[in-house]
Design a protein around this ligand. Sequence first.
Ligand code: KG4
Ligand code: ZN
Length: 372
Amino acid sequence: MQKCAIYLFFGNICGIFIVVKSYFERMKEKYEALRHKKDVLILSIESSCDETSIAVVKNGREVLSNIVASQIEIHRRFGGVVPEVASRNHITAISNILDEALVAAGITKEDIDAIAVTYGAGLVGALLVGVNFAKALAYSLDKPLIAVSHVHGHISANYISHPVLTPPFVCLMVSGGHTVLLKVSDYYDMTLLGTTVDDAVGEAFDKVARVLGLPYPGGPEIDKLAKNGKPSIKFSVSSSLKNSLNFSFSGIKTAVVNFVHNKTQKGEKINKADIAASFQECVTDELSGKAIRACKESGLNKLVVAGGVGANYRLKEKLFEACQNEGIEFFNPVLKYCTDNAAMIGSAAFYMIQKGIGLADLSLSAKPNVDL
Ligand code: KG4
Ligand code: ZN
């Protein structure tokens, strides 16, 4: 009996090993063949934070469907994303979204050439839902699985927004988790030019919004409120990074929080719109100034903005104006592709196929952090 159990145990392990190995070997051939296929349909999955999204993207540029189920309303009452709640909601949403995405694209599962999924960076529990769903789908359909980085996805949001855009360019990637300047030499060849040394800019927007009593997510709320205010309060970012392409937003965030607390403790009235406008003005000056410098220093005359904060009205206005003055071409994603969505992941995956990278086996797991 004991012997039998041991055989079964090792038999199972070997069985799993053989299945995984043969799936991956088969996929290597299929993946290679996709490079030469005329039309490539990718079903992509994104679940890194509080949006469950599935898209169908053709040849990296044409979005056939992009379904996004946002959990914003659910997390709003907590003032921010609760990771465990996000994971549970991804689980309940994901199957229905798959059906919706296929119907909207007018295709069946069998028409798909590959499955792409965000494996990091993000909330590990949330990512795991997408990764496990993608693995099961890829295995059951016998299709290649492509592991995509969320940051590359955000950059690729520009390829679906602008059919003419091609690398090389400088990218200012600004979101709730990242603030980086990148030199994008080719679709998958990029160099880090600058990064935040503390908070991501989206994080600073969200925290400032919170102290002003605005709902989550704070960035769009500050953006709206700032339109009614004057940038009359002198907030500043740390001058110690003035000669580098790195950023620091923790100081200005704390300065705004202290400003609000001091005023309220003294019983003085605060003008929320002026605070929002002053904070936004300072932060967008810093981002746009360094983005233009990055273009000049790297000798590139194309600037691309990516990530949720890229939706900011004032940031876009400043970048657009500065680019016009400097003879730099400016690109930003259409609004719906600025924040998290699966279409951008499908676009990134297409260019990974062309480069022959990113094919994943069934041991793929989620990663909270991913190297750029
Ligand atoms: O890219 P994204 O959807 O998710 C992450 O990868 O983090 O970015 C979300 C971030 C949040 O911090 C949100 O407040 C910010 O983007 N955001 C904005 C705007 N829209 C979204 N920040 C400033 N202005 C906006 N209009
Ligand atoms: Zn994102």
